[in-house]
Structure formats: C-alpha cells, structure tokens
Design a protein around this ligand. Structure first.
Ligand SMILES: [Zn+2]
Length: 142
C-alpha cells in the first residue's frame, strides 16, 4: 500500500509511514468499526424467510413497541437488541414522533433484510451438497 500523506510505498501493516512518520489509520477507530460491522452482520439461518411476514411483524407490532420481534423471526438477535434499545430512547427523546416512524422503518428494513437473508441462504444451498430444494421459499406480497 501507499502512504496516504507522502505517497511512498510502505508495508501493508505499517501503522506509521517510515518516510514521513504520519499515522496511516487510527487503530482504535478501525477496531471499533470492525467490531460494529461484525455485530450487525447478517447471520444466515437454515431456511429462507418470508419478507412479507417480517415486514408485517415490524409494522403491526411496531405500534406496541414490539416491532423488533420481526428480527427474531429473521433470527437476527443482534438487530433485535439494537433496535429494541434504540426505540426505548428514541420515543421519549423525540416526544413520541419516533413512535409513528419506527413501525414504518422496521417494516421497510425487515423486508429488505429478509430478501438479503434469502439470497444468502440460497447462495449457501447452491454451494452446499444435496440439500433440499428451495421448497419453503415463497414470495408473498403484503
Ligand atoms: Zn508517508
């Protein structure tokens, strides 16, 4: 790789450029963003998920502060806790405005997440050996 400051070629893992001495990346912020990325990374469940079901759970349960249950259906527990905690703070901090927005956001996000999960599950099945066909997968509109 090349130094971001002086452009000289340096070792891949050099934290400081040996030529100009400038730091290449803040290792702590890199580590935090790495762990954050891992934390929100999608887990691949055994079966495909119905995006319509996921979105319905997020939307209808969202009015009762139970919208994150849609992530339980999608088997994304990290997302469940993340959104559960966010809504606890968001609703009082926005004087209730978040209460109207959250069900819509959750429905939208859970719908997209279900589609992403299905792609990952199907990709894994294609790679895998002799697994059952995608019988359980059906698209359903809201
Ligand atoms: Zn340099």
């Amino acid at each position: 790789m090349y130094c971001k400051f002086c452009g000289k070629e340096i070792e891949e893992n050099d934290q400081f450029c040996p030529y100009c001495g400038k730091e290449q990346a803040d290792p702590i912020s890199t580590r935090i963003s790495d762990s954050g990325r891992k934390w929100t990374e999608l887990k691949v469940p055994n079966d495909t998920k119905n995006p319509g079901v996921a979105a319905s759970l997020g939307f209808f349960l969202g009015w009762f502060f139970l919208g994150p249950i849609g992530y339980v259906y999608l088997e994304q527990w990290n997302w469940f806790w993340l959104t559960f905690i966010i809504q606890l703070f968001a609703v009082p901090l926005t004087f209730g405005i978040a209460w109207i927005i959250i069900p819509v956001l959750l429905a939208f996000h859970q719908y997209q997440q279900a589609q992403q999960i299905n792609k990952l599950v199907l990709a894994r099945r294609e790679r895998g050996t002799g697994r059952e066909e995608e019988a359980g997968f059906e698209e359903q509109e809201l």
